[in-house]
Design a protein around this ligand. Structure first.
Ligand code: B12
Length: 347
């Protein structure tokens, strides 16, 4: 008889259980992972705890392992698919009868991180809400059509990547104009949700437990004029977004001209360089949109860490910032943000 944490002595306080679960997830062992979570349910552990204290932190570890270049993207994708299965298994074993109102959950247009808001959705379902989960990448107009069809009490909008903030603004404005208040969440809205507030969200919560409490105790919120929305996206933002293709192409051409090893790049390396330059432009645009350099400096900091784990020196990112910056000399806010990013790298 084995005594693996998956089959006996199950406790969420036991680090061995977390290691065992991460191993199942990392090995793509769906049955093993589901066995762990259903075993915990059998032992009387609350489904909310399994989601928040096992599945969610394991996903955080998956992210760290990917960022440290210990796990490939494929392994991260496979692990996330297993986490989704484990979450579904917990949900299937934890029925709840709706006793409150109805909530629409969605990721902003272009936002693919569906699992975090899915966890919130399951927590709300267990708290008595009827949940319509629309998943990843929901275009604003379709979201609004859904609201008109279902008449929910709230929209829970997720943004995990700050580049999606302009689309988040459009969605928030459209939902509020349709008379449905918005609670926002996800790391894309900033460390303390400051960009959610800037974009006019009615509420923001750091995580699922905070959102559950807010919606149970203090909803609907006092809603101001839904048509009164901050005007964001000035001339600089518009220029950067409209010229995105040219900015990336020109930076790429200049890079090829000054960095001879690029001539030997295979398709994958070429695509990765285009993607990296695209990220620089996209994060810069988002920073200009909300008028906060932190969107851009946060991006520079975590990208430098991710690149360092792949033996790419900060100088490579600095070249990208310089090549984009050279094309934006007439734009003071963009120039200042790129300059701050470059001095961060120099440090
Ligand atoms: C899995 C994953 C993916 C998957 C997502 C698949 C899926 N089905 O979800 C895929 C492969 C698509 C992906 C893509 C990318 N990803 Co990714 N991803 C992750 C990873 C590893 C796990 C996400 C997760 O499930 N977390 C678990 C949940 C539970 O975490 P949580 O944030 O604590 O969740 C709570 C809050 O966010 C909050 N919340 C979330 N939404 C909402 C909504 C409301 C209304 C409320 C109130 C609260 C709320 O409540 C949640 C529950 O408590 C994270 C690492 C991480 N630490 O999260 C990176 C991570 C988020 N990704 C990252 C990046 C960079 C990317 C890419 C840009 C990579 C690339 N180069 O293409 C793309 C962007 C794609 C896009 N446009 O959306 C970075 C973001 C960096 C940053 N600091 O902003 C991270 C942090 C990885 C890292 N360490 O660098 N990714």
């Amino acid at each position: 008889m084995t005594t693996s944490p998956g089959t006996s002595a199950r406790s969420l306080d036991d680090p061995a259980l977390h290691e065992h679960y991460l191993r199942m997830v990392g090995d793509g062992d769906e049955y093993g992972a589901v066995e762990v979570v259903t075993g915990l349910l059998d032992d009387g552990v609350a489904p909310q705890r399994i989601m928040l204290d096992l599945i969610a932190p394991a996903q955080g570890r998956v992210g760290d392992l990917w960022a440290a270049n210990e796990w490939s993207i494929a392994r991260e994708h496979a692990a996330t698919a297993i986490s989704e299965r484990a979450l579904a298994a917990v949900a299937a074993r934890s029925p709840a009868r709706p006793s409150r109102g109805r909530i629409t959950m969605a990721c902003v247009d272009g936002e693919w991180h569906a699992l975090p808001v899915r966890i919130l959705g399951e927590m709300l379902r267990l708290d008595g809400w009827r949940v319509d989960f629309l998943g990843a990448n929901v275009p604003g107009p379709h979201l609004v059509t859904h609201l008109h069809q279902t008449g929910p009490d709230a929209v829970a909008l997720s943004c995990m990547i700050a580049t999606r903030l302009p689309r988040a603004h459009a969605a928030i404005t459209a939902c509020r104009s349709a008379g449905v208040p918005v609670i926002a969440g996800g790391r894309g809205f900033g460390p303390d949700g400051r960009w959610a507030q800037r974009l006019g969200a009615d509420a923001w919560a750091a995580g699922a437990p905070e959102a559950v409490t807010r919606l149970a105790r203090n909803w609907p919120p006092v809603v101001g004029d839904p048509y009164e929305t901050a005007f964001l996206g000035d001339e600089e933002y518009t220029y950067v977004v409209r010229r995105r293709g040219d900015l990336v192409r020109t930076a790429l051409d200049r890079l090829a001209a000054t960095y001879p090893p690029m001539a030997a790049y295979d398709q994958r390396q070429h695509d990765a360089t285009v993607e990296d330059l695209g990220h620089i432009v996209d994060f810069l645009a988002a920073a200009l949109y909300v008028d906060d350099a932190q969107v851009f400096t946060d991006f520079v900091e975590w990208t430098a860490v991710v690149l360092a784990a792949r033996q790419v020196p900060p100088a490579a990112l600095d070249v990208g910032l310089r090549l984009v910056g050279e094309q934006l000399r007439d734009f003071p806010a963009a120039t200042a943000m790129l300059g701050t990013g470059r001095s961060l790298l120099a440090r």
